[in-house]
Structure formats: C-alpha cells, structure tokens
Design a protein around this ligand. Sequence first.
Ligand code: SKM
Length: 280
Amino acid sequence: SLPSMVCGLIGSGIQASLTPAMHEQEGEAQGFRYVYKKIDLDPLGLTADDLPELLTAARRMGFSGLNITFPCKQAIVPLLDELSDEARALNAVNTVVIRDGRLIGHNTDCSGFAEGFRRGLPGAKMDRVVQLGAGGAGAAVAHAALGLGARQLTVFDIDPARARELAASLCARFGAGRCIAGNDLATAMAETDGLIHCTPTGMAKLPGLPLPAELIDGRIWVAEIVYFPLETELLRVARAKGCRTLDGGGMAVFQAVGAFRHFTGLEPDAERMRAHFLSM
Ligand code: SKM
C-alpha cells in the first residue's frame, strides 16, 4: 500500500481555504495518500483556549503536522517545544511539525512571501520600500522584506501605534533605522522603489484601492498579498501605469509549499502547486 500521512489546518472560518486541496493534490502527485483535515473552530464551538486539547488529539492520532491560522497564530507559540528563528522573532506560527511527539513551530508566511517575491520580482530594487498594513500578515511580510534586503522599509497602518510597534520590533532585529513608521504617504511614495500591500482593501468583500491612484508611479514595482480576487484593483491600476507587479497568489501558494516541505521532508513542485491553486 502507498505511504500515508494526515495533517490539518486549525482556525476560525476556514471553510473556503484552498490550502487543504493544494496539500492533498501535491501529496497525491508525489505518490502518497495525504489527508489534510480542516479543523474549523467555529462549528466545534472552540476557541484558541482549546489549542492544548487539539494538539494532544493531533499527536495521539498520528498527525504529521498542522497549519495554524487566525485567531491562533500567537496563542499556539507557548504550547510548542521548539521554534524556528523566524517564528520566534515574529512570535507567530502558521506551521507546526509533529515529530516523535515533539511540536516544532515555523512561519511559512514569512518565508512564503520571500520565495514568491524572489521568483516573481527578481532583481527588484529595494533601497526604499513602502508597506501598507502592519497586522498579522503585514508583520510576516515586513520581516520577509528586510530579510530580502530592503534597506529601508516605511510602514503605514490605519492604527499608527501598530505601525510604530512593528517598526520598533523590526529595528531591534535588523538594525536601527531599517524600518520606520511613516506619516506622509505621498512623500514616501514619491521616493520609493516599490510598494507592498498588506491591508484587506481590494478583497472581494472589501473592494477598492488602498491608496490614491495618483501616488503610484509607473517606475515602481507593486507586490500584493490579497489573492481573492487575484487581480485586485491595485494591481490593475499599477499594471496600467507600467509597474512590475506580483499578485497575492505567490504568498498563498508558497506558504503551502513551505509547509509541505516541513511536513513531508519532500521537495514540492511549486509550479504544479501554483497551477492547481489557479485552477480552483
Ligand atoms: O498561514 C496561512 C495558513 O498556513 C493557511 C491559511 C489558509 O489556508 O487560510 C492562511 C494563512 O494563515
């Protein structure tokens, strides 16, 4: 019989997630039986407080790994035996490997954005980068941007305190001055090499542009993390101006590529996973 494996995704409101299908199809293509369960807290009447019980159950039932999403990415951290450097720095985990009863936390949102960026925008100039959004996804992406070599990242958020906190924690890790909380978007956009978008604006349920179109100059690159829809208004406007662009499918696919690698120890076919993602 074929080798088999069970993994899962723990979070709230995850019924529409494409992650399980991406994992199962890649597992099948690599010749093993891979079941990837959605463990949706809402219908179970559970919260992040119930994570210890779910982790015990997953260990006892022979799960090889778990992805962790909203609202559990921080709550899971103190329950793990080991953390990767990135997971520790972000204090956020989206991938837990279960090996010999031990729980090892990783963050493939961060590495996933970086991998998508390197492939999708090779050679992008990164002396100055502007990022919109300093929430959970924004923190992972900002971390990735500095790791990719952004010399100075200017972060904006509707909650200025949140932008300041993220900037302070990134400076502590990457060096003073590498990240600043912005206050004048027009000036920052006039001086930037690229724009990274990490707010929910542009999602199907929240259509629109996250900044005035006239602030986007055709010489900059634009990276999006919204992937539903894949073609956001921001990307449409940016392309029309001649910008190089990266859509949000990169991060969605490469967080799964990274998790698959951690769970299985096998190298996934990223192109095949992206093609499958696009077909759904
Ligand atoms: O970090 C990812 C997670 O691994 C899977 C996911 C999803 O399928 O909705 C969303 C992100 O939080």
